[in-house]
Design a protein around this ligand. Structure first.
Ligand code: ADP
Length: 224
């Protein structure tokens, strides 16, 4: 069995958390374009330099650049049985590029899951989002706080202070939401028209409850 999954949703909807769970439960790679870019930024690569102004402004990285990276990634050996894409596609040209790649491979997408969360809640969540710079674990100071204020729970003896993503500052968050509604939300219609869209409410529920709902969808589709 294979599972090719697209996670859709606004910034802060919980795509990353759910995509990681899906990847673990189904033994497929989690491909997050945001994580790929942040890793390049940290290592100071040419690609990192190229994408930095877009990330800092809360704007999308140009389609051709993102598409090249994703196409290259999904052709790697660990993707033969599928993958969960998190943060891609984010525009119609990106969705079309993914479709072309699937056609080339003779593969199909199984499902596009949209995590729906109202804007006000997204702004609130993103302002309180922190992550561990070492293990990448994500916390929310209000909804999923670490046991010890400001420090990662999983670094043993070492005190690793949690950090805020620069693009989670409120002005950038607002811009990311504008970009989401203008450029990414239209993808819902694209996947609805192809019958692949499934809606999951990501609001007012624990990550476990959202995950259980996603697993029900997979079960109904016969994806495992
Ligand atoms: P979020 O979903 O919380 O906005 P991500 O970690 O997925 O965050 O992405 C962070 C940033 O990386 C985006 O604001 C954008 O600048 C860039 N990015 C990620 N994925 C894409 C994509 N598919 N197309 C264009 N830009 C992207």
């Amino acid at each position: 069995m294979s599972a090719r999954v697209v996670m859709l949703g606004a910034p802060g909807a919980g795509k990353g958390t759910q995509a990681k769970r899906i990847a673990e439960l189904h033994g497929i790679p989690h491909i997050s374009t945001g994580d790929i870019f942040r890793a390049h930024l940290e290592r100071g690569t040419d690609l990192g330099q190229q994408v930095k102004p877009f990330l800092d402004a809360g704007h999308l990285v140009p389609d051709d650049l993102v598409c090249r990276i994703v196409v290259h990634r999904v052709r790697e050996a660990d993707c033969v049985n599928g993958y969960v894409l998190d943060g891609f596609p984010r525009s119609l040209p990106q969705a079309q590029a993914l479709q072309r790649e699937l056609n080339v491979e003779g593969a199909v997408l199984d499902v596009a899951i949209n995590l729906a969360v109202p804007d006000d809640e997204l702004v609130e969540r993103l302002a309180a989002r922190r992550s561990c710079p070492k293990c990448g674990r994500i916390y929310n100071l209000r909804f999923e706080p670490p046991r010890r204020n400001g420090y990662c729970d999983f670094e043993g003896e070492e005190d690793v202070a949690l950090v805020q993503r620069p693009d989670d500052q409120e002005s950038t968050v607002r811009e990311r939401l504008v970009v989401y509604h203008r450029t990414t939300e239209p993808l819902l219609a694209f996947y609805r028209d192809t019958g692949l869209l499934r809606q999951v409410s990501g609001s007012g529920k624990s990550p476990e409850e959202v995950s259980a709902q996603i697993e029900e969808i997979f079960c109904a589709l016969g994806v495992n």
